[in-house]
Design a protein around this ligand. Structure first.
Ligand SMILES: C[S@@+](CC[C@H](N)C(=O)[O-])C[C@H]1O[C@@H](n2cnc3c(N)ncnc32)[C@H](O)[C@@H]1O
Length: 259
């Protein structure tokens, strides 16, 4: 079999965020639960304006929009934004999807709330991560809220090497590894046995570059949010209702802060 490598946007975004995601049992119910939680924690009502940062293929944006929330979603991946637009079009929903880099958020006092779901925070060095919070702060109206749905650094999932059968081949995912001195969860290369095209696809450097996630502790993230200007910082231990306090063994670390 031929062996090739591809980048995030031209190949892997669709494999992970569309094809693999669809294969996860109960993923739609999971998204519904997360959206219910966000609606409650952010007091989202019909007509409120929400910024979905790193919206991926728009799965949660669409659920928010179905509840009458005015959603603007953006993601670095043009491929995922294309998929998100097609899905929202099929559902007859008006969602403002665009491509963009979360380090360069340019909105000014426009949104009642912003979300970063599925641990979409911590991809960069510390200054750049802080810039994401800065841009989010500027994008919110006074009293607006941000919600970060993160892994709990004290209770990380048990990552395993997995083979997953997708519609046109098999995905091999190597387990993430915690680089404790750096405080970074290192993503590992994945491979896709592309049966339909008789080839093995690996990740190129570009795809691998976006694999790491800085694991901030609650104290660190609170400090960053305060430095940026946020106040009233709340922590929750799960991304579903009922709201649970955050603890060492919590499933998630969900942070909500107010401008
Ligand atoms: C874990 S996925 C989450 C997607 C979606 N929020 C969800 O929960 O399904 C992380 C997303 O971040 C996007 N991303 C990575 N770097 C980014 C950047 N610099 N700016 C905006 N989006 C980025 C990826 O393309 C990917 O869709």
């Amino acid at each position: 079999m031929e062996r090739v490598d591809f980048g995030w946007d031209d190949y892997w975004a669709e494999v992970f965020r569309v094809k693999y995601r669809l294969s996860i049992p109960g993923i739609q119910q999971y998204d519904e639960m997360v959206v219910d939680f966000c609606v409650d924690a952010l007091s989202l009502r019909k007509g409120k304006k929400l910024l979905d940062i790193a919206c991926g293929a728009g799965d949660q944006s669409i659920l928010f929009a179905k509840r009458g929330i005015a959603v603007c979603g953006f993601d670095l991946s043009a491929k995922l934004i294309e998929v998100a637009k097609a899905k929202s079009g099929e559902a007859n929903l008006e969602i403002d999807f665009s491509t963009g880099d979360m380090r360069e958020i340019n909105f000014k006092s426009q949104f009642d709330a912003a979300v970063l779901l599925s641990h979409s925070f911590g991809f960069f060095n510390h200054d750049e991560n802080k810039r994401v919070l800065d841009g989010s702060f500027n994008a919110l109206v006074k009293g607006g809220k941000i919600l970060l749905d993160l892994m709990n650094p004290y209770n990380l999932p048990r990552f395993q090497k997995t083979w997953t059968k997708l519609e046109d081949g098999f995905l091999l995912s190597e387990p993430h590894v915690l680089d404790a001195p750096a405080g970074v969860l290192r993503g590992r290369p994945a491979s896709f046995i592309d049966v339909a095209n008789s080839r093995i696809v690996d990740m190129n450097e570009d795809a691998l570059a976006g694999n790491d996630i800085r694991m901030y502790t609650a104290l660190e993230i609170k400090e960053m949010l305060r430095q940026v200007g946020f106040s009233k910082i709340e922590l929750y231990g799960q991304n579903k209702l009922p709201k649970m306090p955050y603890a060492a063994n919590s499933e998630r670390m969900v942070v909500v802060a107010t401008k």
